[in-house]
Design a protein around this ligand. Structure first.
Ligand SMILES: [Zn+2]
Length: 289
């Protein structure tokens, strides 16, 4: 699932390409992705709206439109947004026009397309069709999506608040890092890498961490997220950037999906462990429970 660095890269990419443009139409072959009303209403409401700015909150892409409207897109498991041209036949698959990364198979699951007034399009590719698209007046969308319940951004949270969250929880540190109501933006990829870098076992109860351990996790989180943003996120699964290309963090990742490979610090094989329906990867020698 795209996490903070992937969503941030999408927002920054879109920002450069679509701010100031008007949306002239919308197409979808999976209207169930559009929440909160019929496709007809969605189409009527979005037509003619101007794109004022973009921002990110947790793992949500926020496209601010004129007349106080907000288009919120959550990419969920396999969604990603791209800018380009696609042919939209009445029947049969949507095809990109031109060449390059947009032709890659992973970019071919186009289910929602926004047409812009300069002839370009913004397309949502989503293999599993779990993404969520919501349009409405900004306050209504933020309320509907319970955005006020989301915790502080992992990239902005002060150390004092981070300490309070960790020491106040009996849950495992990995679960707390991934809990969007506690800290926003971190998922499976970055929690694995952050805990490896901080040399903390993913199952450690957050409340049992020492001050020094909390500080290491905090520093690792800031460092790793900022590197991952610079590199354009991780594309070892479906995530791609706005041109359909891969982010560079996948090659640099520390332990995520490196089961059995040697630890970059001590050489011991990286282990994988089931944890509440998810997998955690860790070094059994560097990250003692
Ligand atoms: Zn190790």
């Amino acid at each position: 699932m795209p996490e903070l660095p992937e969503v941030e890269s999408t927002v920054r990419g879109l920002e450069r390409l679509i701010v100031g443009r008007r949306i002239t139409g919308v197409w979808s072959d999976a209207p169930k992705l559009i929440k909160g009303g019929t496709f007809g209403k969605f189409e009527k409401d979005i037509k003619g709206k101007k794109i004022i700015s973009l921002s990110r909150r947790a793992k949500n892409v926020l496209i601010h439109l004129d007349e106080g409207y907000l288009l919120l897109i959550h990419l969920k498991m396999t969604g990603h947004l791209m800018v380009g041209h696609w042919s939209l036949p009445k029947k049969g698959p949507v095809r990109p026009e031109g060449d390059g990364d947009l032709l890659d198979k992973v970019n071919g699951y186009i289910h929602v397309v926004f047409m812009l007034d300069d002839g370009r399009m913004v397309a949502l590719s989503d293999l599993r069709k779990f993404a969520k698209v919501v349009l409405g007046k900004e306050e209504e969308v933020l309320k509907r999506e319970k955005m006020s319940k989301i915790g502080p951004e992992a990239t902005d949270i002060p150390l004092s608040e981070f300490k309070k969250i960790m020491s106040g929880s009996k849950k495992s540190v990995k679960m707390v890092l991934m809990d969007q109501e506690k800290i926003a933006g971190i998922g499976n990829i970055y929690s694995d890498d952050i805990l490896w870098k901080a040399k903390v076992h993913p199952l450690r109860p957050a409340g049992s961490l020492s001050d020094a351990e909390i500080r290491s996790i905090y520093k690792a989180a800031k460092d790793i997220l900022s590197i991952a943003i610079k590199l354009g996120g991780t594309s070892i699964s479906d995530y791609r950037d706005v041109f359909g290309g891969k982010g560079g963090y996948g090659d640099r990742r520390l332990v995520y999906r490196r089961d059995g490979e040697p630890c970059k610090r001590c050489g011991s094989p990286i282990k994988r462990m089931k944890m509440g329906g998810r997998s955690a990867r860790f070094c059994p020698d560097c990250q003692k429970i």
